[in-house]
Write a protein that binds this ligand. Sequence first.
Ligand code: F3S
Length: 62
Amino acid sequence: MIAKVNRESCIGCGACASVCPKVFEMDEEGLAIVIATPVPQDEEAGAQEAADGCPVEAITLE
Ligand code: F3S
């Protein structure tokens, strides 16, 4: 699984980094970045939860 953050949409709410800190991190611009590519198998559920929880649907999983 590959996670992507659309930084045009991300509003920096930080939910993804709270829910799944091994995959998402906030950068110095206050926007989310993906720090694990591919997403480790045991983090896939967390990444899915983060994607589902993003208020602006900025996270896509492939
Ligand atoms: Fe941005 Fe959504 Fe995460 S708004 S900080 S990608 S939960």
